[in-house]
Design a binder for this molecule. Structure first.
Ligand SMILES: [Zn+2]
Ligand SMILES: [Zn+2]
Length: 132
């Protein structure tokens, strides 16, 4: 049986589960990720869409279409990210924000992308391969 992880939004209205293995674990320094999350960069796990399901709280899920190919689902009550879709990079996959995983897991970033757009104060981790 494949290992599974689960997570929730901040207020707990939305709960989801996902099975591993993941496709990619990445840190993204792009402007869009930074402004959508408000963080220095985003830490994602990318998994095939069919390995992700929302168990509770469908009625709280709302979607923001950031660009033609990038959308973000989030909780309409607390604003917490549920997942993102990036059809350009990984069609038929879902991006999970690692910060919203509530079960124990240990999947370090395997690559980092868009480091040339990184915030000035962020030190790029030289141990993680860069793909720009
Ligand atoms: Zn919520
Ligand atoms: Zn990004």
């Amino acid at each position: 049986m494949n290992e599974s992880i689960s997570g929730q939004c901040h207020c707990g209205s939305i709960q989801w589960t996902a099975t591993l293995p993941h496709k990619r674990a990445l840190n993204c320094h792009c402007n869009m990720c930074r402004s959508l999350s408000g963080a220095d960069y985003s830490s994602w796990i990318v998994i095939p869409s069919e390995q992700f399901s929302i168990m509770f709280g469908h009625e709280y899920v709302t979607e923001y279409q950031a660009t033609e190919s990038f959308s973000k689902s989030f909780c309409k009550k607390c604003g917490s990210t549920v997942n993102c879709i990036n059809d350009d990079k990984f069609p038929n996959h879902i991006y999970i924000t690692k910060g919203n995983v509530s079960t124990h897991f240990n999947i370090p970033a395997e690559i980092q992308v868009f480091t040339k757009f990184k915030a000035d104060w962020v030190e790029v981790d030289k141990n993680i391969p860069i793909f720009n």
